[in-house]
Write a new protein. Structure first.
Length: 335
């Protein structure tokens, strides 16, 4: 299965670059839910970094296809190692060996042999950290380094995750409008490379809504519903149905849509957010025990950073620590 992940990711790139509809259903995790349900916070907790736009009302206005790559053991490293081993086996561990090999075969190979030597020398130079005039230079991948890349900006790396947030907002405004609250079905493709993530693909979608507000088209509900159905109907997609715990679960937009897209409940996982905002004396233990709205895959409870924490630039790491402390000390969840 691990070997299929880079193949699926490459297909995502190709299909995204084409910008065409396809019937190819790739494995991915699709996050659905109402506006302000905490979908973006759930994604950021998975990544471990704060990088998504924030605000009131509708903030996610285009689908975000997020591909995560674990860089602890990169596939490129394996390829480089094999190339070096092959060079050593042939006695070509340095430039002098290659030149010697060329001199011995010069008469037989002619100019084509010289071209092959030059190519091998340039490839070895690039592997050792050098560069040639025809190859773009990229920063060295230091151990533990994290960065992001957008499909619409090939070759450009973002090491500052605040700049990733700004670019998501900028490209969203480019297609969905700057001063409006409209949406666009054209996805943003973002790759994040980190040693702290699992290699998988997640999709963040605009939050479900019922009423068009100022500067929104009258059919905003249908547009967002259609986008959620387009990604959620993929039979190979896992649905994360995000619902605020301080609302009535029976009226959850996420669970209602998940039941439409996954009638047998084989692909749906319920996610309860904002447990810390429930009224005093109440808890979600009955929901988590699958007794209110049963799901075959059950529910997961999370406590994300609040708006005050985000404004104070509280890190995801500290937020996860606060979440653990909340569950360990809560009388209903610590049992």
């Amino acid at each position: 299965m691990e070997e299929l992940i880079p193949v699926a990711s490459k297909l995502q790139d190709v299909l995204g670059a084409l910008g065409q509809n396809t019937n190819l259903d790739l494995p991915q995790i699709v996050v659905i839910g109402g506006q302000s349900s905490g979908k973006s916070s759930v994604l950021e907790s998975v990544v471990g970094r704060s990088f998504l736009p924030r605000g009131t009302g509708i903030v996610t206005r285009r689908p975000l296809v997020l591909q995560l790559f674990n860089t602890a053991v990169g596939p490129d490293d394996k390829g480089d190692g094999n190339d070096d081993d092959e060079d050593e086996d042939r006695g070509g561990g340095n430039d002098e060996d290659v030149v010697g090999e060329y001199d011995e075969k010069k008469a037989d190979n002619g100019s084509s042999g010289q071209h092959g030597v030059t190519q091998r020398r340039q490839q070895r130079h690039r592997r050792k950290g050098g560069s040639s005039s025809s190859a773009p230079q990229t920063p060295t991948d230091a151990e533990g380094q994290e960065w992001g890349e957008f499909l619409h900006q090939p070759g450009k790396r973002y090491y500052d995750f605040n700049q990733i947030r700004d670019e998501i907002s900028r490209d969203t405004n480019r297609l969905a409008g700057l001063n409006s609250k409209g949406v666009s079905p054209t996805p943003i493709h973002l790759k994040i490379y980190s040693p702290n993530v699992l290699s998988l693909t997640m999709v963040d979608l605009p939050g479900l809504t019922k009423v068009a507000v100022r500067d929104q088209p009258e059919d905003i509900e249908e547009q967002i519903y259609s986008m959620n159905c387009q990604y959620g109907s993929n039979p190979n997609a896992i649905l994360l149905a995000v619902t605020s715990a301080n609302t009535d679960l029976a009226s959850s937009d996420a669970l209602k849509l998940a039941r439409e897209l996954d009638p047998r409940g084989e692909r749906t996982i319920g996610v309860l957010t904002k447990l810390d905002l429930m009224d005093p004396g109440t808890d979600a233990s009955e929901i988590l025990h699958n007794r209110i709205v049963p799901l075959r895959r059950g529910y997961i409870a999370v406590v994300n950073r609040g708006q005050r924490d985000i404004d104070a630039d509280l890190s995801i790491r500290v937020g996860l620590g606060n979440e653990e402390r909340f569950f360990r000390t809560h009388p209903a969840y610590s049992r």
